[in-house]
Design a protein around this ligand. Structure first.
Ligand code: DGJ
Length: 335
């Protein structure tokens, strides 16, 4: 009997120790993952759920960095940074930008930080983050853009300033760096009715006065990319956290004119962007014309549980086409 109790205890203890050291479970698919599973729970290499919403990616010296909103149930906690060599396996690099405990700071805890994007400035060698900032206690009324800076892609990022670009309201936003290293801020202005673009100063820290209206169609969630000599801009409608129909505009110049060429999503549930909302388009390194559409499936009652949709962008008659896939891998770009 004594021996039986001893064996039972030993077995139980061994089980606990094993669980404690292996961390949360990774599904078989994730351990061995060379697939993306849009809409599923995505975990980092330690098995923790990736908390990086409304995000964007930066490629730098063979590594991808993923920056995104850290959310609690609804609150903003800052910007998380993850890194990956292959886009499938993600290492948590930490909270790259933290909300502040200083009540005088624009980013005092209680503010809303959304849609962070980071670009690298080759002249200053700085990593520059822009994000949408709403001030504590003001709902979505402040409508400001904000800038933070770091010497390293993994941060920590230091808050620099927040403002309304050239006096315009600024909510959902993206950044785009062109082949000549000029950078641009694309943002929803005038209560989201206008979508605007402004060229940034050479240090990427401020908008210049080259700031113009792209179109006035009540759109948000801009994700801009370039293929050859054409620019494509995917946007969503404005229905809060609820999904809606996407559209894509095309232009030969960033300052327009932009032509609407329809909804790039195709197939079942495409009319609601498969339940998601655009956030970024990644140009996959080392592959010609290989682009990944990135979107968020928002869960407004528990924002940290919002999911990620990444899908490959195909082209038909030189128009982007995005079809749902339960799972897929980068080999689609070789087909
Ligand atoms: C839609 C925006 O795209 C999100 O980033 C967020 O601001 C929600 N609206 C808030 O309702």
């Amino acid at each position: 009997m004594k021996k039986f109790v001893f064996l039972l205890l030993a077995t139980l203890l061994r089980g606990t120790a094993a669980r404690a050291f292996t961390g949360p479970d990774l599904s078989e698919n994730q351990k061995d993952s060379t697939v993306f599973m849009p809409g599923e729970v995505w975990k980092d290499e330690h098995g923790n759920v990736i908390n990086a919403h409304g995000g964007g990616l930066l490629h730098n010296s063979g590594t991808y960095y993923w920056y995104g909103e850290v959310r609690g149930e609804t609150e903003s906690k800052g910007v998380n940074v993850y890194s990956s060599k292959d886009l499938y396996h993600w290492k948590f690099e930490g909270l790259g930008l933290k909300t502040s405990s200083d009540p005088k700071s624009d980013i005092v805890s209680g503010c809303i930080i959304e849609r962070p994007k980071v670009i690298f400035n080759q002249k200053t060698k700085k990593y520059v983050m822009w994000f949408h900032l709403e001030m504590k206690g003001q709902g979505y009324d402040a409508a400001r853009a904000a800038v933070a800076i770091s010497n390293k892609p993994t941060g920590p990022f230091t808050f620099v300033k927040s403002f309304r670009p050239n006096g315009h309201m600024s909510r959902d936003m993206g950044l785009f760096v062109d082949s000549d290293q000029a950078a641009y801020h694309i943002y929803s202005a005038k209560d989201n009715y206008d979508l605007r673009i402004s060229r940034l100063t050479d240090d990427y820290l401020s908008p210049t006065s080259q700031d113009s209206l792209l179109f006035s169609k009540h759109r948000e969630a801009p994700a801009l990319f370039r293929k050859g000599d054409q620019y494509f801009l995917i946007t969503s409608g404005c229905t809060g956290w609820a999904p809606n129909r996407a559209s894509v505009h095309v232009s030969k110049s960033l300052f327009g004119p932009w032509e609407m060429i329809g909804d790039p999503m195709a197939g079942p549930k495409s009319e609601l962007t498969f339940g998601g909302q655009s956030t970024f388009v990644l140009a996959v390194q080392g592959k010609k014309d290989a682009f990944i559409f990135m979107a968020d499936v928002w869960k407004p009652k528990d924002l940290k549980d919002s999911r990620y949709i990444w899908l490959p962008i195909g082209f038909r008659d030189n128009k982007p086409v995005i079809e749902w896939k339960d799972q897929w891998g980068l080999s689609v770009f070789e087909e």
